[in-house]
Design a protein around this ligand. Structure first.
Ligand SMILES: Cc1cc2nc3c(=O)[nH]c(=O)nc-3n(C[C@H](O)[C@H](O)[C@H](O)COP(=O)(O)O)c2cc1C
Length: 146
């Protein structure tokens, strides 16, 4: 299987709100297992940072769909690479609320103590995701195993 990982940042659209984020998560968790997609979505009322990994065709199709999704705007592709193994093999879509992140992880990969994925480069975004997965018991607010 040609497996890839894609990480991007985006913003919640001005007309969208917390209910939309909830629906996005429900959709992700409903759809991703059948497509072999795993990942994590980090969100802080303004920004999304999402990692999706799985078969290349499925990931490319999902990102195309996300780009035209009106609930999010200003998507910036940060990392796209072939992978041999997943980071989030246990999660159809882990959800991380940024206010539950520790200062340590935000400072490690960010410019200051505020979570802003637009200030990260691709390498930092990947490091951030690897740390999230490693520290999953502490950081992940909701874990769905499917
Ligand atoms: C920030 C963001 C993240 C999303 N993540 C996923 C995802 O992981 N999986 C998914 O199927 N849809 C995701 N979506 C929704 C897709 O854009 C699209 O609405 C959905 O895949 C359509 O699914 P449906 O055909 O079941 O309605 C996301 C949307 C946004 C705005």
């Amino acid at each position: 299987m040609n497996m890839v990982r894609l990480i991007y940042a985006s913003r919640l659209a001005p007309h969208a709100g917390p209910r939309d984020v909830q629906i996005i998560l429900e959709t992700a968790r409903a759809n991703n297992p059948a497509k072999g997609i795993t990942g994590a979505l980090c969100y802080n009322d303004t920004y999304f940072l999402q990692c999706i990994e799985g078969p290349r065709t499925a990931i490319n199709q999902l990102y195309t769909s996300i780009l035209s999704d009106e609930r999010a705007a200003d998507s910036t592709l940060m990392e796209y690479s072939d992978i041999h193994e997943r980071i989030f093999e246990n999660w159809s879509m882990a959800y991380v609320k940024a206010d539950e992140l520790t200062e340590q992880i935000v400072m490690k990969y960010g410019a200051d103590r505020h979570f802003n994925p637009y200030e990260m480069n691709g390498e930092q975004a990947l490091g951030f995701m690897i740390n999230l997965a490693r520290e999953k018991d502490r950081y992940l607010a909701t874990v769905i195993k499917k």
